[in-house]
Design a protein around this ligand. Structure first.
Ligand code: KE4
Length: 427
C-alpha cells in the first residue's frame, strides 16, 4: 500500500519539476521518497503519514527557535490581522533595520529583500556599481543562491575564469567570475596579484555550510580582508546561513573581521521570506533611489515576514542563548563521533555555534577536495537508517545540519541512541 508521502510525491511530480520547489528537497542524492511534512512544533515535525521526527534541518537554518515558537506565531497572527502587504514603508521595517544595524558588525545601512539569493545578487551588483569593476571572486563549494553570476564552477585551470555550472547561464556572464579554492591562500594571492585592480568583490561563506560544514583555515579570512582593502575590492561576507547561527554577531563577531557588505537570510526572517544586504554607508549610498545601482522588490520588507523576524531576533538576545545552543550542538557531534569510534566506523563530526557537519571520513574536511573524499554512499545509508528511526537529517552529504533552542537533551540522547544502534550493525 503506497504511503501518503508516495501518493503526494507522485502527484507533485506531475505538476512541479521533480515534485519539489527546491532541488535539494527531492532526495536525489540520498535516494528514496521525500518526506512531506504536515506540521512542526519545537524540535519535532510530523509527516503526512503521521510519523514524528526530530528535525535537524529546521527549514535549512531559519528555525533556530524550533517550529511554531509561540512568540513568533503570536507576532505573525497579530501582523496578519492588520493586513498582509502594503508596498509602502511600515514601522516594522525601521525597527528591524535598526536592530540589524545594532547587532551585525559593520552594518551602517541595510536593505531588506525576500530571499538569500536576492541579497547576494543585489550585493554583487552593488559592489560592481560601486567599484566600476566587473570581475568577482567566489570559492568552489560555496553556494550563494542561484543568481547567474554565482552559478559558476571553477575554470579548467587554476586561475582561468569560470564556466557555467548551470544551463542557461551565458558563458560571458560566467567568465566574469573567478572560482578559487576555499582555504587556498596561494591561489588567492595569485589572483589578486594578477587581477587585483579588476576585482569588484570577493564573496565568501565565512564558515561554509554548502559543501557540508567546512571551517576557514587560520588566516584565510584575514587574508581576504587585507587583499580586498589593499586592492579596493568589496569584501562580501555571505552570512545567509551563519548570520545569528554561529553566534550573536555571526561570523564577523566570531572571527573579529568586518566585511564591507554582509548578506543575511534564513534566521532574520524566522522562517518567513526575508533576506537583507547591508554594510558600509558609502557603498549603500549607491543603492537606488539614493544612487545608480537599481534594486527593488514588491514584497521587500513584507510586514508578516518582518514580524516573524523581529520576534525571532529579539528572543536570540536571551542570556546564555548561544552558549546553550552551542553546547547542545557540540553534545550531538561529540556523541556521534564517540559512538562511531566505539564501533570502528570511519566517521567524524564538528560543530560551530548551532550548526554542525557529519562526515564519513576520518577527519572533518578542510577543503572542497577533502569533502570529495567523504564516503557518500555510507552517509546515504546512515541518513536512511536515521530517517527510519525518526531522525531527520539534511538529505545530502553536502549540507550542514542545524540544532535549535527547542532541541532538549532527550532529543539529543534519542538521536545518539539511534546512531549507536546503526553504527553497531553497520561496522
Ligand atoms: P535562498 O535564496 O535559498 O533564501 O538563499 C540562498 C543562499 C545564499 N547563501 C547561503 C550561504 C545559503 O546557504 C543559501 C541557501 N542555502 C540552501 C541550503 N544549503 C537553501 C536550501 C535550498 O536551496 O533549498
Amino acid at each position: 500500500m503506497t504511503s501518503r508521502n508516495e501518493q503526494l510525491f507522485a502527484a507533485a511530480a506531475r505538476v512541479i519539476p521533480g515534485g519539489v520547489n527546491s532541488p535539494v528537497r527531492a532526495f536525489r542524492s540520498v535516494g528514496g521518497t521525500p518526506v512531506f511534512f504536515a506540521r512542526g512544533s519545537g524540535a519535532h515535525v510530523w509527516d503526512v503519514d503521521g510519523k514524528a521526527y526530530i528535525d535537524y534541518v529546521g527549514s535549512w537554518g531559519p528555525l533556530i527557535l524550533g517550529h511554531a515558537h509561540p512568540s513568533v506565531i503570536a507576532a505573525v497572527q497579530q501582523a496578519v490581522s492588520e493586513g498582509l502587504s502594503f508596498g509602502a514603508p511600515t514601522a516594522g521595517e525601521v525597527e528591524i533595520a535598526e536592530l540589524l544595524c545594532r547587532r551585525v558588525p559593520g552594518l551602517e545601512q541595510v536593505r531588506l529583500v525576500s530571499s538569500g539569493t536576492e541579497a547576494t545578487m543585489s550585493a554583487i551588483r552593488l559592489a560592481r556599481g560601486h567599484t566600476g569593476r566587473s570581475r568577482i571572486i567566489k570559492f568552489e563549494g560555496c553556494y550563494h543562491g542561484h543568481a547567474d553570476a554565482l552559478l559558476v564552477k571553477a575554470g579548467s585551470g587554476a586561475l582561468t575564469l569560470g564556466n557555467p555550472s548551470s544551463a542557461g547561464v551565458p558563458a560571458e556572464t560566467a567568465a566574469a567570475t573567478l572560482v578559487l579554492e576555499y582555504n587556498n591562500l596561494e591561489m588567492l594571492d595569485a589572483a589578486f596579484a594578477r587581477d587585483g585592480d579588476q576585482i569588484a568583490c570577493v564573496i565568501v561563506e565565512p564558515v561554509v555550510g554548502n559543501m557540508n560544514l567546512v571551517q576557514p583555515a587560520p588566516g584565510f579570512l584575514e587574508a581576504i580582508r587585507s587583499l580586498c582593502t589593499r586592492h579596493g575590492a568589496v569584501l562580501i561576507f555571505d552570512e545567509v546561513m551563519t548570520g545569528f547561527r554561529v553566534g550573536p554577531a555571526g561570523a564577523q563577531g566570531l572571527f573579529g573581521i568586518t566585511a564591507d557588505l554582509v548578506t543575511l537570510g534564513k534566521i532574520v526572517g524566522g522562517g518567513m521570506p526575508l533576506g537583507a544586504f547591508g554594510g558600509r554607508r558609502d557603498i549603500m549610498a549607491s543603492v537606488a533611489p539614493l544612487g545608480p545601482v537599481y534594486q527593488a522588490g514588491t514584497l521587500s520588507g513584507n510586514p508578516i515576514a518582518v514580524a516573524a523576524g523581529l520576534a525571532t531576533l529579539k528572543l536570540l538576545e536571551a542570556p546564555d542563548f548561544y552558549m546553550r545552543l552551542a553546547s547542545a550542538t557540540h553534545a550531538l557531534t561529540t556523541g556521534l563521533a564517540v559512538a562511531a569510534a566505539a564501533h570502528g566506523v570511519v566517521f567524524s563530526a564538528q560543530s560551530i555555534g548551532g550548526m554542525f557537519g557529519v562526515y564519513f571520513r576520518a577527519q572533518p574536511p578542510r577543503s572542497y577536495a577533502e569533502v570529495m573524499e567523504c564516503d557518500v554512499p555510507a552517509f546515504n545509508r546512515f541518513f536512511h537508517a536515521m530517517l527510519d528511526a525518526g531522525i531527520y537529517l539534511a538529505p545530502s552529504a553536502f549540507e550542514a545540519g542545524f540544532v535549535s533552542s527547542a532541541h532538549k537533551s532527550a532529543d539529543i540522547e534519542k538521536t545518539l541512541a539511534a546512531a549507536d544502534q546503526y553504527f553497531a550493525q553497520s561496522a
